[in-house]
Ligand binder design. Structure first.
Ligand code: GAR
Length: 205
């Protein structure tokens, strides 16, 4: 984005607590991210992140996935994302795998944050996986989303030491603090600097 261009329109998808949504919303509000969150959508009506969005005056919508086929649920999701004229789809604790056709539709415009240093520990409970494996360093990864589970090209990573007296919860808490720095920083890079994907590598010029 160059000076004077309108802010990028972000749709944030989540399933739970919404602390990464809050970090993105705060970064937008502080003028640190050349973007605005135009819609927050959750696949669960009871996702606390929807309340966090409404408290900030953001449009928030529950699109429950339960009882629907993936195609039916994603058709509703695509409709609201297109209606919101989103430039980017930001996954923030969205715990559903998106279909190849959804990813194709928003190719190179979907980002995700994962609480481990990918490609280590993809999938659920990444922090507990890292703790149980005994790694000495873990962290978080912001990546472009492809059709795999946490496999897309990496935009930015931040490391967190694993301490001898850590529990999975303590480690997860310290990783989350770094997620809240990494996600706005990665989006700021994507929105404000020229970049390209070469193979698996995201190159900023
Ligand atoms: C975050 O730790 C995020 O990295 C993780 O879910 C949590 C959501 O927290 N995402 C994944 O594990 C995706 N594979 P939040 O709702 O407070 O942002």
């Amino acid at each position: 984005m160059s000076a004077g261009s309108p802010p990028a329109r972000l749709v944030v998808l989540l399933s739970g607590r919404g602390s990464n949504l809050v970090a993105l919303a705060d970064a937008c509000a502080r003028g640190e991210l050349p973007a605005e969150i135009v819609l927050v959508a959750a696949n669960r009506a009871d996702a606390a992140g929807l309340d966090r969005a409404r408290e900030r005056g953001l449009a928030a919508l529950a699109l429950p996935s339960k009882g629907l086929s993936r195609e039916e649920h994603e058709a509703r999701l695509v409709a609201v994302i297109e209606q919101a004229r989103a430039d980017w789809v930001c996954l923030a604790g969205y715990l559903r795998l998106l279909s190849p056709s959804f990813i194709e539709r928003f190719a190179s415009r979907i980002v995700n944050i994962h609480p481990a240093l990918l490609p280590a520990f993809p999938g659920v409970d990444a922090q507990a996986q890292a703790w149980a494996y005994g790694v000495k360093v873990s962290g978080c990864t912001v990546h472009l989303v492809d059709a795999g589970c946490d496999t897309g090209p990496i935009v930015l990573q931040r490391t967190v030491p694993v301490l001898d007296d850590d529990t999975p919860d303590r480690l997860a808490h310290r990783i989350l603090e770094q997620e809240h720095v990494a996600y706005p920083a990665a989006l700021r890079m994507l929105l404000s600097r020229p970049w390209r994907v070469e193979g698996r590598r995201v190159i900023f010029s």
